[in-house]
Structure formats: structure tokens, C-alpha cells
Design a protein around this ligand. Structure first.
Ligand SMILES: NC(=O)c1ccc[n+]([C@@H]2O[C@H](COP(=O)([O-])OP(=O)(O)OC[C@H]3O[C@@H](n4cnc5c(N)ncnc54)[C@H](OP(=O)(O)O)[C@@H]3O)[C@@H](O)[C@H]2O)c1
Length: 282
């Protein structure tokens, strides 16, 4: 039986890995919850050596971009040092490593994309810079590692799983309280139903080492995307147009050619509602 160690198993993505992928052929081992933030390199290595996993899925991170901006040392430890220690430990036990990066590595590019993985990058925020440095240094240490540049992800609350601020929830909250939400007509990014990302993690374990854009593509700006989500949800929150420019828009051809396929951002939200059985109610 394959043994996969999951870091951040109590987090947004990690908890869904534990719930969704558990099956007879694979044993998922949750990294002890709450330990990651204060762990030392030695403790981490000792734990991995003791558990002897065949693979590691590293989701633990400090992923609040605003917090990273004001706490760069904390971000560096969480988003660069710990991934490097994880890579060292994976190398020690000869385990495959799949680790999450982010579309924020593309922040600051002037073009609107869609961007491929091999573009030279200078991320405009601390979180993006640290994620990029982690990608590069993990791959130097462990060329078989797979680094996934994830889009912003969403889910509906339920099943006792942790939830975090996401597009679908922000829209539902705005509709319930009739509060205006602003989206830029010049902001481009994919948005992904987290359960499709989790579903694609098992095939990601089979990818050759490297960096992969990983999520739903989206050719529409965020104002149009938010309006589409509202139509599908059957809600009419007050959406306001903004005009600031940004593009984190990814071209996911590399993953697709390796067999990892996502819906488009527009189709993906319909699938989310179908999963929860709410599309028939709307
Ligand atoms: N969610 C998104 O929309 C999104 C978008 C793009 C990329 N990503 C990336 O995808 C991965 C998973 O995201 P997520 O939303 O599941 O993250 P999350 O829920 O915010 O956090 C995952 C886990 O990280 C650990 N953690 C918290 N603070 C930490 C610190 N200071 N140092 C080290 N570990 C810490 C915690 O694990 P323990 O409780 O076990 O300590 C937490 O449960 C991350 O690498 C994130 O950067 C996420």
C-alpha cells in the first residue's frame, strides 16, 4: 500500500485531500496538526524518517498575501525554509514530492497572459517572491519534485471541513447583506473549485519533476467572472466595476498534455453546485 504524508492536513486543501482521496490502495498520513509553524528542520526530518512515506503532498504554507507582506520573515520561514526542509526529507526517504505554489508568482507582469511556466518572473509581492524562490530551490535539491502553481480556490461550507475566504462565499455574503463588492474589469485570473484540484493531485504524483500551472483557465476579467458566478448561483449582489490592472492568468497546457485536465473557470462553478446538489434548486 502506498503511504502519502500530507502536510497542512487540517487546512483548506489538506483537509479535503484527507476526506476526498482516502481509499483502499493509499494510506494518507496527516502531518501532526498545528506542528508545522513551530517545527525545526531536525524535527521535520526525524518525523519523515520515522513515517517512511512513499510520497509527500506539501500544502502547509502561510498563504495570506497581506500577512506575508507585513511579516516577511514569517513568510520566508513558512514558504521557503519549510518547503526546503520537506524536500531534503523527501530526498532522504526517496519519496516523490508534490508541493503547492501559487499563481501569485505571476503578479507584476505587464502583459495579460495567459502565462506559461518558463517565463522570467519578478513577483510584485512577498508571498509570490517566496513561492518562486521555493520552487527554484526545491527543484535544485530534488529535481523529481512537482511544484503546482495553484489558482485562487473555492468551496462551499460543509462536512465540518475548514473554509476560507473565497469567491463564491464572498458573493453569497454580499448578496445576503446587500453589500457592494468591487471587481476590476482589468484583473485576470483563473478560479478553481478546490475539489477538482484535489482530484488532480493523484495524477500529479506521477508527473515528471518541474513546475506546472495547475487550475482552471479563464479568459474573462474578474468583474465578468463574478457576474457569471452570480448568474449560476441565482443571486444579485451589488457588483461594482473597478479598473485596476493585474493578470495572474495561466496557460495550463503543460499539465493538460501530461493528462491533468481542469474545467474552464465558468464551467467549474456549475460542477461545484452540482456536487452539492444545489444547482437543481436554483
Ligand atoms: N487556498 C487558495 O486559494 C490557494 C491559492 C493558491 C495557492 N495556494 C497554496 O495551496 C496550498 C494550500 O493552501 P490552503 O488554502 O490549504 O492553506 P491554509 O489552509 O491557509 O493553510 C494550510 C496549513 O498550513 C499550515 N500553516 C499555517 N501557518 C503556518 C506557518 N506559519 N508555517 C507553516 N505552516 C503553516 C497549517 O497546517 P497545520 O495546522 O498542520 O500546522 C495550515 O492548516 C498553500 O501552499 C497555498 O499557498 C492556495
Amino acid at each position: 500500500m502506498k503511504r502519502i504524508l500530507v502536510t497542512g492536513a487540517g487546512g483548506f486543501v489538506g483537509a479535503r485531500i484527507m476526506e476526498q482521496l482516502m481509499g483502499p490502495a493509499i494510506e494518507f498520513l496527516p502531518f501532526p496538526p498545528g506542528r508545522m509553524a513551530g517545527i525545526s528542520r531536525e524535527e521535520l526530518c526525524e518525523l519523515v524518517l520515522r513515517l517512511q512515506p512513499n510520497a509527500l503532498i506539501h500544502t502547509a504554507a502561510l498563504s495570506d498575501t497581506g500577512h506575508c507582506e507585513t511579516h516577511p520573515e514569517e513568510s520566508y520561514r513558512a514558504n521557503v525554509s519549510i518547503p526546503l526542509w520537506i524536500a531534503e526529507a523527501a530526498r532522504e526517504v526517496n519519496a516523490k514530492l508534490v508541493a503547492f505554489s501559487s499563481d501569485q508568482v505571476y503578479a507584476g507582469l505587464q502583459d495579460t497572459g495567459p502565462f506559461e511556466e518558463d517565463l522570467p518572473l519578478h513577483p510584485a509581492n512577498v508571498y509570490g517572491r517566496h513561492k518562486l524562490e521555493a520552487e527554484q530551490r526545491v527543484l535544485e535539491l530534488l529535481p523529481s519534485a512537482v511544484l503546482l502553481r495553484a489558482t485562487w480556490m473555492y468551496d462551499l461550507p460543509g462536512y465540518g471541513l475548514p473554509i476560507r475566504g473565497n469567491l463564491i462565499l464572498n458573493l453569497l455574503r454580499a448578496a445576503m447583506h446587500n453589500e457592494p463588492l468591487r471587481f476590476s474589469c482589468r484583473d485576470y485570473r483563473g478560479v478553481t473549485y478546490v475539489r477538482q484540484a484535489v482530484e488532480n493531485l493523484l495524477p500529479a504524483l506521477e508527473l515528471p519533476g518541474g513546475v506546472y500551472n495547475f487550475g482552471c483557465e479563464n479568459d474573462y476579467d474578474m468583474y465578468t467572472t463574478a457576474r457569471h458566478f452570480c448568474t449560476v448561483l441565482g443571486i444579485t449582489p451589488p457588483l461594482e466595476k473597478a479598473d485596476w490592472p493585474r493578470s495572474l492568468r495561466m496557460n495550463c497546457r503543460k499539465a493538460r498534455e501530461a493528462g491533468i485536465v481542469f474545467d474552464s473557470t465558468f464551467d467549474n462553478v456549475t460542477r461545484c453546485l452540482q456536487d452539492y446538489g444545489v444547482s437543481s434548486l436554483l
